[in-house]
Design a protein. Structure first.
Length: 435
């Protein structure tokens, strides 16, 4: 007999013999009767045994250690006073896996634990329904992204995570030995997804790990993260794909709102569906808005964390949690971003801001070989080290553009989680390599 799931029980099951399995969440021995709350992924039900009626079963349940995995067989009865309205008086009980005591972390205890303790005992932490709810929401977000892009003709691809050169260079690369050669963990699939624009796979996306060796101990940075990247060709202007990106994010949030109500209720979260199109705020206008709020940046400065927070509050007051920052100075953008013909100090680039944090960045790419090489040399890169990438631009590269978006940060902001590590099963930062 297969184990029954709490989720599938109905009034028609009243009086049936069932086999159930799960964790012993709580044990209450009242002397003449013992109650055990059996927890499954979808919910709980109550097991009960009277000492006079069935001493062996009574002793088996009374001797359980919390969080042990058990199986029980007996008649299922509806009981309005029991947890979730169901009760089983077992005729058979088997301990499938006995838990050690004391537990390193409480599952139903009201006593809280700091984040490090929870992450050190992540398996126990994830037994809490509200913790697991985060990853159900994450799954719905990713599903909404995939559904929207497939509907718009995108192909999902996978690019290498070991590479001979970094997409952006600098000190944020993890270096490793690759059979006697120098290799790097991928910062981004940027170079590879651009190369694909020369193949006829002209709408691609990827959801894959990326790595940044940034010594940041903040609530929004980790060293390994899930990156959502996409590239589109041919385009006339970056607006051609900004419409896709905003639609994709809106669809992902709508998916959570439509299918994730039980999880949102557990987390007391209520993400708002954005109205499209979302605002486009030029960099120069952003500086003016910040100056009004007392945050002064020089023209050409990148927006720091404080500036993003201030601008997020300004835009939220106007009814916009989501907005694009566009027309960044070319000096603070990577070599592959296209600059304006009539104003080379300004680039065709953007950041997607959500509740005061950067979610995505991207722009139109420089698809003309000579100009791309000149841009590389201008930022101190050796084109010979990128020959594998540049070769794709020699034989007909269409105008293209795209973005990279951090899924973990998106989950954090959708649910208003205090720390990005809450949105990752087993987070990696400069202080954490296990579990």
């Amino acid at each position: 007999m297969a184990y029954a799931s709490v989720r599938t029980l109905s009034p028609a099951d009243d009086g049936k013999e069932v086999s159930v399995a799960g964790w012993a969440e709580d044990i209450r021995n009242l002397g003449g009767i013992v109650f055990v709350i059996l927890r499954q992924r979808e919910g709980t039900l109550q097991l009960a045994a009277r000492k006079k009626e069935n001493p062996p079963i009574f002793e088996a349940l009374a001797g359980l250690v919390r969080e042990s995995v058990i199986a029980a067989k007996g008649v299922l009865k509806a009981n309005p006073q029991a947890r979730n309205g169901w009760e089983v008086f077992p005729t058979q009980v088997e301990v499938l896996s006995r838990a050690e005591a004391p537990l390193p972390l409480g599952v139903v205890d009201k006593v809280g634990a700091d984040l490090d303790t929870r992450l050190d005992n992540r398996v126990m932490d994830l037994r809490k329904p509200e913790r697991r709810a985060i990853f159900h929401v994450r799954d719905l977000l990713i599903g909404g992204i995939r559904e929207y892009l497939h509907r718009h003709g995108f192909v999902e691809v996978t690019t290498p995570k070991l590479a001979g050169a970094g997409a952006e260079g600098g000190a944020t690369l993890f270096r490793t030995d690759y059979f006697g050669k120098v290799a790097f963990l991928s910062q981004s699939p940027q170079l590879y997804k651009q190369m694909l624009m020369a193949t006829g796979l002209d709408r691609v996306f990827e959801l894959s790990p990326a790595f940044r060796a940034e010594p940041s101990d903040t609530v929004r940075h980790v060293t390994e993260f899930l990156s959502f990247d996409a590239e589109v060709a041919p385009i006339r202007h970056q607006e051609d794909f900004l419409k896709i990106l905003e639609g994709c994010v809106a669809n992902a949030i709508a998916s959570v709102r439509e299918h994730g109500k039980p999880y949102l209720d557990l987390l007391a979260a209520d993400p708002k569906a954005p109205s499209l199109p979302i605002p486009r705020v030029p960099y120069s206008e952003a500086l003016d808005l910040l100056a009004v709020e007392g945050k002064n940046l020089r023209d050409g400065d990148d927006l720091d964390t404080e500036a993003e927070k201030v601008l997020g509050r300004v835009m939220a007051a106007k009814g916009h949690d989501l907005f694009f920052l566009v027309e960044y100075p070319s000096a603070i953008k990577p070599f592959y971003v296209m600059v304006k013909e009539d104003d080379p100090d300004v680039s065709y680039s953007f950041d997607l801001e959500y509740k005061g944090d950067e979610m995505a960045s991207g722009g139109q790419r420089e698809h003309r070989y000579d100009r791309l090489v000149a841009r590389m040399k201008g930022v101190g890169l050796n084109p010979e080290a990128f020959e594998f990438y540049l070769r794709a631009f020699r034989y007909g590269m269409p105008p293209h553009g795209g973005w990279g978006l951090g899924i973990d940060r998106l989950v954090q902001k959708v649910l208003d989680l205090p720390n990005i590590r809450e949105a990752i099963l087993f987070p990696r930062d400069r202080n954490r390599l296990v579990p």
